[in-house]
Ligand binder design. Structure first.
Ligand code: SF4
Ligand code: SF4
Ligand code: FES
Length: 242
């Protein structure tokens, strides 16, 4: 039965005796070739320390709960097979630049507040259609990339513009604005543009592209943000974005 060493960043800011961050090491035994980092964390929780805190839900790269900083890169713990990391040491830390709750759990409240601010739902002003709104394959293709966002927050954590005090909406919220801006069925562009066409929105993005590198779903928030900047000009000159 092979084993592998995990080095996990631990911190409980609420622990008055030991509130500082520190690393702890654990040996994880496993069978076969399919141990994921998330399964390694379950093992540690069961065998060594039931107090180890981390988030997960779907275990299938869909819910976005298990974004972490693993061996120096943003990854989903449930999607990361330790074999593929090709190393004897797995380091696991919480996503940096976000407030820590405990161990590997970060506070996502601000991330989701910004997401909600962008109105991430389909807005219609026309009267309700009598049958479903059909999209052509060409129209559907425009949302192929942004609909795959699972809101893991990796891009947001990696974005230098989001680290500051400027309350930047961040790549995930703006990618969602792009997702509805290009959706042939949506009619909420005029409401939404006031929320992203400003210094807190698209103009705070400096095209550093950390977000593209960080995204475990291989999406391209920068492309979406650039599209929005062009859409703002089109709306101003032509009165329409699509
Ligand atoms: S490209 Fe824009 S959104 Fe992405 S990391 Fe850079 S500044 Fe942030
Ligand atoms: S764009 Fe990628 S990294 Fe950002 S929240 Fe969506 S899935 Fe996660
Ligand atoms: S547990 Fe849902 S994405 Fe990893």
């Amino acid at each position: 039965m092979p084993d592998i060493k995990f080095r996990v960043k631990r911190q409980d800011p609420g622990d008055k005796k030991n509130p500082e961050a520190h690393w702890e090491e654990y040996i994880v035994h496993y069978e076969g070739d399919n141990l994921t980092v998330l399964e390694g964390l379950f093992y540690i929780q069961e065998k060594y320390d039931g107090g180890l805190s981390f988030r997960y839900c779907c275990r299938a790269s869909i819910c976005g709960s298990c974004g972490m900083y693993i061996n120096g890169a943003y990854r989903l713990a449930c999607q990361t097979n330790v074999k593929h990391l090709d190393t004897d040491l797995i380091t696991v830390a919480p996503m940096p630049h976000l407030p820590l709750v405990k161990d590997l759990v970060v506070d996502m409240d601000e991330f989701f507040a910004k997401y909600e601010y962008i109105m991430p739902w389909l807005i219609r002003h026309s009267s309700d259609p009598e049958k479903e709104l059909i999209q052509s394959p060409k129209e559907r293709k425009k949302i192929d990339m942004p609909v795959d966002c699972i809101l893991c927050g990796c891009c947001y954590s990696s974005c230098p513009s989001a680290w500051g005090e400027d309350n930047y909406l961040g790549p995930a919220a703006l990618l969602k604005a792009h997702r509805f801006e290009v959706d042939s069925r949506d009619e909420g562009g005029k409401e939404r543009i006031a929320r992203w066409n400003n210094e807190r929105g698209v103009y705070r993005c400096h095209t550093i592209m950390n977000c593209v590198e960080a995204c475990p779903k291989e999406l391209n928030p920068t492309e979406g943000i650039q599209w929005l900047k062009r859409a703002a000009v089109r709306r101003k000159l032509l009165g329409k974005a699509k």
